[in-house]
Design a binder for this molecule. Structure first.
Ligand SMILES: NC(=O)c1ccc[n+]([C@@H]2O[C@H](COP(=O)([O-])OP(=O)(O)OC[C@H]3O[C@@H](n4cnc5c(N)ncnc54)[C@H](OP(=O)(O)O)[C@@H]3O)[C@@H](O)[C@H]2O)c1
Length: 448
């Protein structure tokens, strides 16, 4: 009943602090969970056969008390990130270990250590309550949230909050994530919701847009500059669709790698011209049993890049597929170039020929999510219409398992949204004029 009142208040468009402070807060809410007693359910199966529809549940869970510095958000929409796929297939480790370790750190952290894990690392919604000590954000404010959770009690995190020893990804390494009707975040995860976007469009860029921003643009990552040539793996996927837009917006030249003509078309719609269909090229960087690489295939990729660029190698490789592509990525970067990695989707034990690295003075850089400043700047790019959400499909909360399966099976384009409290897609746009200006770009990923 009180959840209906919350939804009705949001739908009415009234954003006054008094209205939201007067709303009754429910004691339970619906959220997408994995269960601790099911961690072993896929044992012995190949990763590709593990089905998130079996492990992701929609449960009524208790709403915990709000700790100092936190905010309770009514979530209108969320999105699927690959981390929810990892959680749902219990790979490379079960996320309950994160919750247990976090739970041991303080009285408030203990709330997170539960027999279920409410997942999800993106949201768009409205603040309902703030905890003690929060002054910047008020009930009734429309927000999105980035997923960096930090404590900042140690000195190490004060230059770059990603270096906080207590750095965690909300909804992956913490509980009470965004794939739910309500979510608990630290107030310093909140950012303004772009007014020209619907709830689900606003929810979908957060994690990947911020990650791509640090990895490619920030001085903490590859620090891309005008004219750079960038090889972008998975260029129409979650991370890649933002990296591609950023490269183009920054006056660089993306060389987009995708696996189908449809995905190539999406890259063209974003404005990219140099595209490699890895499936059509049929690269076999590894032998059949995945034990030995074939440098001739790295050379074939390098040759293809030179064909497209008029004889040039790339300044930056935007890496995340990991084991499958990493040897090739190191090979194709130009002398003095950078390979910047944030993930290992196909396996984390990478192999590359070090001679190509040291003799050619290349750098391998690591990158992981983004600090608040970087996430804020990335959100501003969306807000200012310089970068656009790449939402292709939206599911209901009840269909979250299918939504995660799509991403797991690489059947999606860009981002997959999930409606949580929002009764239908397309709601929440409050700046129609700005919307009209960017309508085509915002819809580029739909119905492909
Ligand atoms: N460290 C961080 O902060 C961070 C943040 C976000 C994501 N990640 C990680 O980054 C990875 C990608 O995330 P995402 O959101 O971009 O996922 P995504 O939406 O699934 O996109 C990844 C794309 O990579 C391509 N790809 C997948 N396997 C490949 C392979 N073996 N060889 C070449 N290309 C391959 C696919 O594109 P094509 O089939 O079209 O080539 C796919 O669409 C995941 O492992 C995720 O957990 C890390």
């Amino acid at each position: 009943m009180s959840m209906d009142q919350i939804r009705d208040a949001i739908m009415s468009g009234d954003r006054s602090q008094e209205t939201y402070e007067a709303l009754e807060i429910p004691t339970t809410y619906r959220g997408a969970t994995v269960h601790k007693d099911e961690v072993g359910m896929f044992e012995g199966m190949a990763s590709r056969d593990k089905d998130p529809r079996k492990s992701l549940h929609i449960d009524d869970v208790d709403l915990p008390e709000l700790a100092p510095g936190e905010a309770l958000v009514a979530v209108m929409a969320s999105a699927i990130n690959y981390n929810t796929v990892w959680t749902s297939i219990f790979e490379p480790v079960s996320t309950f270990g994160f919750l247990e370790r976090y739970g041991r750190t303080s009285e408030f952290a203990k709330r997170h250590d539960l027999p279920y894990h409410v997942v999800g690392s993106d949201l768009a919604g409205v603040v309902l309550r703030v905890g003690p000590g929060v002054s910047k954000w008020k009930a009734g404010t429309e927000v999105v949230a980035h997923c960096l959770s930090v404590e900042l009690e140690d000195a190490e995190g004060h230059d770059d909050t990603m270096l906080d020893p207590q750095q965690r990804i909300w909804g992956f390494e913490t509980n009470f994530g965004g794939l739910a009707e309500l979510a608990i975040v630290k107030a310093n995860q909140l950012m303004p919701k772009p007014a020209h976007l619907s709830w689900e469009e606003a929810a979908c860029p957060g994690l990947v847009n911020s990650t791509a921003y640090r990895q490619l643009i920030s001085k903490n990552g590859a620090a891309l500059k005008l004219g750079d040539r960038v090889l972008i793996w998975g260029a129409s996927g979650g991370l890649g669709s933002y990296a591609t837009q950023m490269a183009l917006a920054a006056g660089a030249e993306p060389i987009c790698v995708v696996s189908s003509p449809e995905k190539a078309e999406i890259c063209r719609k974003m404005g990219a011209e140099l595209i490699i269909d890895r499936r059509a090229e049929d690269y076999k960087f590894w032998n059949e049993d995945n034990t030995k690489q074939n440098p001739k295939e790295w050379q074939r990729l390098g040759k293809k890049i030179r064909e497209l660029t008029g004889g040039h190698d790339v300044d930056i490789v935007f890496e995340h597929p990991g084991r499958e592509t990493f040897g090739a990525s190191v090979y194709v970067a130009r002398k003095g170039g950078k390979i910047v990695t944030c993930a290992s989707t196909s396996g984390y034990m990478h192999e590359y020929d070090n001679r190509y690295l040291w003799m050619n003075l290349k750098d391998i850089l690591s990158s992981h999510f983004a600090n608040y400043r970087e996430a804020w700047e990335a959100n501003e790019l969306i807000n200012r219409g310089l970068i656009h959400p790449t939402l292709s499909k939206t599911y209901s909360l009840d269909e979250v398992g299918q939504a995660a399966l799509d991403v797991h099976k690489n059947l999606h384009q860009g981002k997959v949204g999930v409606l949580t409290l929002a009764p239908e897609a397309g709601l929440g746009i409050t700046d129609q004029e700005k919307r009209a200006k960017y309508e085509t770009q915002i819809n580029a990923f739909r119905n492909v």
